[in-house]
Design a protein around this ligand. Sequence first.
Ligand code: EPU
Length: 304
Amino acid sequence: MLPEKGTFLHGIDRSAFTKELCALRGELRFEEPLACHTTIGVGGKAAFFLSPERPHALAETIRCCRRYGYPYLLLGAGSNLLFSDCGYPGLIISTEQLRGITLKEGSVQVFAGEPLPALLNTVNRAGIRSLNFLAGIPGSLGGAIAMNTGIPQRTIGDIIEEVAVLNPHGEVMVLKAKDCGFSYRRSEILEQRLPVLWARLRLDGRPYDRGEILTHRRASQPLSALSAGCVFKNPRGLSAGALIDKAGLKGRREGGAYVAEKHGNFILAETGARASDVLKLINIIRETVYKRFEVYLELELEVW
Ligand code: EPU
């Protein structure tokens, strides 16, 4: 249950705060259902929800939250995310409208909210194939960078030229790849919760066949069902999906959530599933895999 309006976050002048937010020209929504903002389609409501249209407005929104001490979370495409059934009692700042792609000689500048599939469409139309290793990943550019998403042979961190983020003082800071601390499904941007505004990606890498990558994904992953992608990180030298599979957990169900038959590292959600079903299943998987193989599976999925 969300706290009643006006009773939470003592000491914050909510009307002054919301007035300032509205002045940033984004449409401020109240009690926004979060299930429709994630690919797994579960979770409660956000007290406030705003999607700024320009990097400047995003930065201003975050500065406004910091000034008022108002809690906020930055939301990309919601493809690796589980909101609790209780929702979020602060402001969700979505990057869904923060879109834009500028192709330059040898690089492309992209705003944080651009979905990877749209980015791939644009660069492929220009005959560029080097980003195709990202085919079939539904995330936004900002989320993909924070998570250092990719395939085992290549991640987005490998092709970053620079990333503009908002530092904890609310200033725009342009980072080089070496300053981002990229490693397997991790970055300093994620660790320090630095909002990404835009990034410039190199386009000179080896080409990938988009069709081939998509065919492999469709054959091995349940892409047409509601999921949040891989739930666990692969333990060093092992495959989380294979461990879950060997532990006999495929098809295991809790309420409206179940382990995919196609790939053990995907939890699928039926209509009406609850975040608590997913969380229960995560615990069952972790316990079973640990008992069987003495391997503790670390979450790749972000739980808010
Ligand atoms: N396997 C099984 N059973 C399963 C699943 C996999 O035996 O249920 C075996 C496969 O046969 C293969 C091995 O495990 O021999 C690895 O499986 P797969 O090739 O599907 O790759 P993965 O390690 O499970 C990783 C990434 C995926 C990415 C693919 C691209 C992680 C956690 N997963 O999957 O990323 O799409 O490689 O090939 O790093 C994600 O991060 O959300 C994600 C889906």
